[in-house]
Design a binder for this molecule. Structure first.
Ligand SMILES: [Zn+2]
Length: 161
């Protein structure tokens, strides 16, 4: 992924630079630029060959091909099953992206880059402060997060509908 495209993807998800290319494209819904360029070339060639009359079908077909290519690439990298890319529910936001990637204002993450003196939770010594700890273990946020889905729930919730 080129640097400008990567920065654009990371800007779109408000993601940290340590988020992988694959994760950035999946979280943004942006196609990787090589897949997008291939799609645009095929649509351009179809326009030259057949004109605008059949273009809608070509665009739909080529987007399907591009999404299948992205899915295959994602499966190879992460063993995903495609539900996330195809989901129609659960808009991502700044906080959810930090939660799912673990790249954000968590001490465990910040400690990796020497921005914190310890990875441990200030409230629960010996336990690292990461998304799972903050959401499901830490007593600091118990009242605030009492209504969140169980640990296996956030993704399942976003895939509903
Ligand atoms: Zn804690």
């Amino acid at each position: 992924m080129s640097i400008p495209y990567r920065l654009s993807a990371l800007g779109t998800i408000s993601g940290f630079r340590t988020v992988s290319d694959e994760a950035a494209t999946v979280l943004t819904g942006m196609l990787p630029e090589d897949i997008l360029a291939n799609e645009m070339e095929k649509i351009y060639m179809a326009r030259i060959g057949t004109g605008d009359a059949v273009l809608t079908g070509v665009i739909r077909s080529e987007r399907g091909t591009s999404m299948a290519t992205l899915q295959e690439r994602w499966n190879t990298a992460n063993k995903g099953d495609g539900q996330w890319i195809r989901r129609r529910n659960g808009e991502m936001n700044f906080h959810l992206r930090q939660f799912f990637t673990g790249h954000g204002g968590y001490r465990k993450y910040l400690y990796r880059f020497r921005h914190e003196v310890s990875p441990e939770c200030p409230n629960c010594p010996i336990l690292d402060e990461d998304p799972e700890h903050v959401l499901y273990q830490c007593s600091r946020y118990r009242e605030v997060v009492s209504s969140v889905p169980p640990p296996e729930g956030p993704v399942a919730f976003m895939l509903e509908g």
